[in-house]
Design a protein around this ligand. Structure first.
Ligand code: IMP
Ligand code: MG
Length: 179
């Protein structure tokens, strides 16, 4: 385990098993369709890569980078589009793949934006869900794990751009971001 982790919350094995299960459920829903799978950079990349490998329907891949966070651990401010999609979403069935839903600010805004642009449907798939922290009216359609209110790192998730490459989800030591 990395020295900056308090403990491991989700092991590689737990992640693999649950992601496979959720991806198969999503796949059933899209039989006969051709969804546009939108990954939210950068946090979702590892989850995204594992998730799409279990889809059997034809998919198109696209990415967006948005920010609501600075380098800290508290969500704030307005949604900023740092990198927009390459594809036009008009009439498309969009699957948004996100690392974690915290306050819900990012996805509430993003879903509204994609629908406003004319997407036929927008389905949200998230790896982690911090239900307790929700401030905006948004729920994932598919959620791999409900987690407690802890700041987590690894498997794509960062603290100040570090730790994304850890193969598991770990809890960041509090002393590293408090006081
Ligand atoms: P929301 O807009 O408040 O729902 O925040 C979503 C974004 O905050 C995610 O895409 C993450 O980038 C970031 N975030 C929230 N909680 C954590 C965490 O525990 N670890 C790392 N990033 C987090
Ligand atoms: Mg993020």
């Amino acid at each position: 385990m990395h020295k900056d982790c308090e403990r491991i919350m989700l092991t590689e094995e737990q992640l693999r098993t649950r992601i496979t299960e959720v991806a198969r459920e999503v796949d059933e829903r899209y039989q006969g369709k051709r969804p546009l799978v939108v990954g939210i950079l950068k946090g979702s990349i590892i989850f995204y890569a594992d998730f799409i490998r279990h889809l059997s329907c034809p998919v198109e891949l696209d990415f967006m980078a948005v920010s609501s966070y600075g380098s800290g651990t508290v969500s704030s401010g307005k949604l900023k589009i740092k990198k927009d999609l390459d594809k036009d979403v008009r009439g498309r069935d969009v699957i948004v793949v996100e690392d974690i839903i915290d306050s819900g600010f990012t996805l509430a805004n993003l879903k509204a934006l994609l629908l406003e642009r004319g997407a036929n449907s927008v389905v949200i798939v998230t790896l982690l869900n911090k239900e307790e922290r929700r401030e905006y009216d948004i729920e994932p359609d598919y959620n791999c794990f409900d987690i407690e209110n802890e700041f987590v790192i690894g498997y794509g998730l960062d603290y100040d751009e570090q730790y994304r490459n850890l193969p598991y989800i770990g809890i960041l030591r509090r002393e590293l971001y408090e006081g």
